[in-house]
Design a protein around this ligand. Structure first.
Ligand SMILES: Nc1ncnc2c1ncn2[C@@H]1O[C@H](COP(=O)(O)OP(=O)(O)OP(=O)(O)O)[C@@H](O)[C@H]1O
Length: 451
């Protein structure tokens, strides 16, 4: 779904209600339910069922109550702005933006898609601030439309690029040609620092990974793939590695030939060239695609968990570093080796209410990461349990030194089953992906590598 399609369908409401339930009711009542032959109370019940699973607060100023309802409509988004603020949490903290998202029954993927587009649209804190401060509902509509217009490709004035970046790209293109590399990968901060001129000589595939999502995208080149990874806490090689993983998951890399990666410190002036062969790092993604069709884990679920893990590693919780473990896929066999340490907070909730791909569950997942034990996640992203202890029957002997019980358990469970596991180390902040009892990817915090 495109942002434009969504923005065109959004209606805006000036909220007067002081509290969560009343504000949601105000948003629901703004829709003409008679036209849909539907009762607003049924909608309220569906939303409350979702709210009871986990909070739908996305950030300090935004909540996204949502539900799947049994109506003929596709989706409906009502944007609520409160000048006074709505007491949304039990603590009484006030939120100013409440966006109601309703999606027609039967299409779970559509539900997640609409939520993801709304979350992306409102991702930028500065933009949310301007919506909160807008004079009237018409101005809010104008701001949303403008945001949407900006997200379309537009031509930028040519940026001044550092000489070093240009020279490095020239050399990387020469190297890629002489190695018959399958792709060139650029890991940098922003699209507008891409040295397009020297890249014109490269006829092969171009992969671009940026850490700051930009609206000013200029792509005048075929065979180019852009990936946004809003994680600027990562070291330069890990950005490149994440780019390779994203490309592999999207099926635009084969594993046999080299990729020439160009990186720079903090994603700025490009100053280094590395040659890597994806098969060495990403057997996880490739082998799942090729051999395990029946039990295959959705690549988007692995990427989502990695993304949450990177955020947990960078942010911690209440200023303390946090460790975590996620075991994904082959849940039937994984669960034979588990023991619940605490009451499972997701027990009893409908599957559609507890999918890790749901962006509004991010805060809840991070909150539950403080519990001892692991998250057990099914191949389609449904969270089965939290606070689960793993009892694999054997140990993995050839793990890198310095890894303790959490990493050992993650390695061992992936050796015994077709699951993959993602860990966040509390002591180092390193995020590790395990498959088949082996470390297949490590992502370190930039502060650890210092370059
Ligand atoms: N078998 C297991 N199943 C689930 N969680 C585990 C298991 N073993 C350890 N943990 C979790 O990992 C935490 C840290 O254990 P430990 O320090 O030994 O591991 P580690 O691999 O060194 O991890 P870190 O780098 O985060 O310290 C434990 O408090 C527990 O919450």
């Amino acid at each position: 779904m495109e942002i434009e399609e969504l923005v065109n369908s959004i209606s805006v409401v000036e909220l007067a209600a002081p509290s969560r339930l009343e504000a949601i009711r105000e948003l629901v009542d703004s829709i003409n339910w008679q036209e849909h032959s539907f009762l607003p109370d049924v909608v309220m019940n569906a939303i409350e069922e979702r709210e009871a699973t986990a909070q739908t607060i996305i950030s300090g100023d935004l909540a996204m109550p949502h539900a799947i309802i049994d109506w003929e409509g596709d989706h409906c988004v009502v944007f609520g702005r409160s000048r006074e603020g709505v007491a949304y949490r039990a603590t009484g903290d006030k939120l100013h933006l409440i966006v109601l998202v309703l999606v027609g029954q039967g299409d779970h993927v559509r539900h997640l898609e609409v939520l993801a587009v709304v979350a992306e649209l409102l991702n930028d804190e500065g933009f949310r601030r301007s919506l909160i401060c807008a004079k009237a509902a018409d101005d809010i509509r104008g701001l949303l439309a403008e945001r949407c217009r900006q997200s379309r490709p537009a031509l930028l004035p040519k940026a001044e690029l550092p000489l070093m970046s240009v020279a490095i790209v020239q050399h990387a293109v020469g190297l890629a040609e002489s190695l018959s590399a399958q792709a060139l990968l650029l890991a940098l901060d922003r699209y507008d620092s891409i040295p397009w001129e020297p890249l014109a000589c490269w006829k092969g595939r171009l992969l671009i990974i940026t850490s700051k999502s930009s609206n000013d995208v200029v792509i005048k080149r075929d065979n180019t793939h852009l990936f946004d990874s809003p994680h600027n806490s990562l070291s330069r090689m890990d950005r490149a590695n994440l780019g390779l993983l994203l490309a592999a998951a999207h099926g635009v890399l084969d594993h046999e030939s080299d990729v020439v990666c160009i990186t720079g410190p903090r994603g700025q002036t490009l100053d280094s060239i590395t040659v890597t062969r994806p098969a060495i790092h990403f057997s996880a993604v490739f082998s799942m695609k090729e051999q395990r069709a029946t039990t295959s884990i959705s690549a988007s679920v692995i990427l989502r968990v990695l993304s949450l893990a990177i955020e947990l590693a960078a942010e911690g919780r209440e200023a303390h570093p946090l460790g975590a473990m996620f075991v994904i896929g082959d849940s039937r066999r994984v669960l034979k080796h588990t023991q619940q340490l605490v009451l499972n907070p997701f027990h009893g909730f409908a599957r559609r209410l507890r999918n890790i791909l749901d962006p509004s569950l991010a805060e809840t997942v991070k909150e539950f990461a403080t519990l001892d034990g692991a998250f057990i996640v099914q191949a389609d992203g449904t969270i089965w349990s939290v606070g689960t202890y793993l009892n694999p029957t054997s140990r993995v002997l050839d793990l890198p030194g310095g890894l303790g019980a959490r990493h050992q358990a993650a390695a061992a469970i992936t050796a015994e089953t077709d699951a993959v596991a993602v860990t966040v180390s509390q002591s180092t902040g390193t995020v590790t992906l395990f498959q088949d009892g082996k470390v297949v990817l490590t992502l370190e915090r930039a502060t650890l590598t210092r370059w």
